[in-house]
Design a protein around this ligand. Structure first.
Ligand code: PLP
Length: 379
């Protein structure tokens, strides 16, 4: 990692916790009935919240851990998958949270605090905005992907500076200018955080994500992602150097004070992670190219070059009308309105998947062509 010294303050805080006997460490275990096995030792489990102990045979699912990860919920499957995710990101370590939303809340508020400043892109996702608020750091919003504004705002003094951006913006489908952001951050000794919920598993070599795609993976200090998008599973995770992950274990309220994601979901994610993702990525790329090209040919103005393709309509009422027309003709493309996007920037947000067959695409394009003619949508 490029910027270890910037994160040295974390070691001091962790040391402080150890001195006060408040340091928390994860222990792995496997739950079975009333027992839990930790480090090959079978113990009676008096730490489960599975109060009714309903037999799992009925559900064909293995028993869930029913506890927080720092108590008895840290199933062995976590160790395996977190080490795979760390490798996937070329980071020292990773940590799974119950959702991507909670990964943002927990990790950002664990490392940023009062006296710090967070530079946040104006189009960042709601979970990033909430996380910044939770941290008590000063929040400074820079104009969307505007490097001059970022440079200007980074001039303010603060104990620690953080720059946070999405990798692929969820409502516009454009990529963050990560090459410039990491250069600017480096000059200002700022810590770079990327939420790549939409680029992870999709972009970059072997789906390593948007920073990898843009050649700056090593410069990202904290990487945040979701398992519910590219991987089509459920959960969220962060990856970083060891002390940052340690800090998350010790300080993330959305990690400490909630039940662990059930191991069946970890296993589900792992299976998908180990499947032939490359084949699916290629199919997705073909679908994106096909749809973008044809939508442009119909007359729509398509600016995105990713699998998130917004068709900007403008007024909310018209966006709803067009959305209904598509719906009535067998195509579901959700109209997105204020406050998710700015006023008068209502849009149909298409998210393209590898599920779509050529026939699905051709049928959708026919409906889009009709919609274009009927409503004369000028993006
Ligand atoms: C950029 C971004 N970050 C985080 C999340 C939250 O992820 P999850 O659905 O896993 O909570 C989303 C979900 O829409 C997102 O778009």
């Amino acid at each position: 990692m490029a910027s270890k010294h910037k994160l040295r303050f974390i070691d001091l805080e962790l040391q402080n916790l150890k001195q006060k006997n408040l340091y928390r460490e994860l222990r792995y275990g496997t739950v079975s009935g009333s027992m839990i096995t930790i480090n090959s030792k079978e113990l009676i489990n008096l730490c489960s919240n599975d109060y009714l102990g309903i037999p799992t045979g009925k559900f064909r699912l293995r028993q869930l851990q029913s506890s927080s990860r720092l108590v008895s919920g840290n199933d062995e499957s976590y160790r395996k998958f977190e080490s795979k995710l760390a490798k996937h990101k070329s980071h020292q370590n990773s940590l799974i949270y119950p959702t991507g939303y909670m990964a943002n809340l927990g990790s950002i508020s664990a490392i940023a605090k009062k006296g710090d400043v967070i530079l946040s892109d104006e189009l960042n996702h709601a979970s990033i905005i909430e996380a910044c608020r939770l941290s008590d750091a000063k929040i400074s919003i820079y104009k969307h992907n505007d490097m001059e504004d970022l440079k200007k705002k980074l001039k303010q003094t603060a104990k620690n500076k953080f720059v946070i951006t999405e990798g692929i913006f969820s409502m516009d489908g454009d990529m963050s200018s990560l090459k410039q952001i990491t250069e600017i951050s480096e000059k200002s000794e700022a810590i770079t955080i990327v939420d790549d919920a939409h680029g992870d598993f999709v972009k970059g070599n072997d789906g390593k994500g948007t920073p990898n795609h843009l050649g700056v993976a090593k410069k990202i200090d904290l990487y945040i992602s979701s398992l519910s998008k590219g991987l089509g599973s459920f959960g969220g995770y962060v990856s970083s150097q060891n002390n940052v992950i340690d800090m998350c274990v010790n300080k993330s309220k959305s990690f400490i004070y909630t039940s662990a994601l059930p191991s069946v979901l970890i296993e589900h994610s792992m299976k998908r992670f180990e499947s032939d993702r490359e084949k699916q990525r290629k199919k997705l790329e073909r679908n994106v190219n096909h749809i973008s090209k044809e939508l442009k040919q119909i007359g729509f103005e398509i600016r995105s070059n990713t699998h998130i393709i917004p068709i900007i309509i403008g007024e909310s009422k018209l966006a709803m009308t067009v959305g209904k027309f598509l719906f009535d003709n067998g195509v579901f493309a959700q109209p997105i309105r204020y406050p998710t996007v700015p006023i008068n920037k209502a849009r149909l947000r298409l998210s393209i998947t590898a599920w779509l067959s050529n026939r699905d695409i051709e049928r959708s394009l026919e409906v889009f062509e009709k919609a274009y003619r009927k409503f004369v949508i000028n993006a």
